[in-house]
Design a binder for this molecule. Structure first.
Ligand SMILES: *Cc1c(COP(=O)(O)O)cnc(C)c1O
Length: 217
């Protein structure tokens, strides 16, 4: 599907929900996609991209940034503390802050570097053992801890279980965000971004619907 089609669908779902489409940021998830495809989207004028690995992002984005100005990069995958410094140099937002140790490391780096990416806290809404994120029952305490560290907490992020109705998870994330006074909601992927927008998503992370299926071969 073309970038334009996705943007149209975003606008329709936002206006349908009585929201301003400008309040929804499309993060084009470029992980694993061939550089040529990414360059095509850059040439169409899109500037907001998501990557889930620091190493992979470090391998392609510095070069793209020499040609294309104002690229905004979002880290949407897990971050190891020993990669946090590198992440600071690459990303404007980190959506995967999911433990105090990482939050503390980011806070220390922010002091040292004099700036900090926008922070989203990942919530494991499905309480899946194999998935990253703090449990819903621990979310309020984690938000407080991150605020006490002076982190710029913009909002919350979730990845619903593959086999469950995503809107239940989007609604839960929105509820946790609301009671904590957080406006940012990073939720919705290729298959479900419209229902995420209906439930308040401010950042949708769309990969394969824009670029085509990822080829891990
Ligand atoms: C890969 C990925 C996406 C994009 O998934 P699609 O189904 O291709 O849109 C969104 N969020 C996260 C965290 C991802 O890792």
């Amino acid at each position: 599907m073309s970038l334009e089609d996705i943007q149209t669908r975003i606008e329709k779902s936002a206006t349908g929900a009585g929201r301003d489409p400008a309040d929804v940021t499309l993060i084009a998830v470029s992980k694993v996609q061939p550089n040529q495809r990414v360059e095509d989207i850059l040439k169409e004028g899109h500037r907001v991209f998501g990557e889930n690995r620091v190493q992979e992002a470090a391998g392609k984005w510095p070069e793209f940034r020499e040609t294309f100005e104002n690229v905004e990069l979002h880290l949407i995958g897990p971050l190891q503390t020993n990669k946090a410094r590198q992440a600071f140099g690459l990303f404007q937002s980190i959506h995967s802050v999911d433990r105090l140790k990482l939050a503390t490391t980011i806070a220390r780096l922010a002091q040292e570097e004099g700036h900090c990416p926008d922070i989203f806290l990942q919530i494991n809404t499905g309480e899946e053992p194999q998935k990253a994120g703090v449990l819903p029952g621990e979310a309020d305490a984690f938000v407080s801890e991150c605020r006490a560290l002076d982190l710029p907490v913009r909002g919350l992020m979730c990845i619903p279980p593959v086999d469950e109705e995503p809107s239940l998870h989007f609604a839960l994330l929105a509820k946790i965000a609301e009671r904590n006074g957080l406006s940012g909601l990073s939720m919705g992927m290729s298959g479900d971004f419209e229902s995420a927008i209906a439930l308040g998503a401010t950042h949708v992370r769309v990969g394969s619907a824009i670029f085509g299926a990822r080829d891990y071969g």
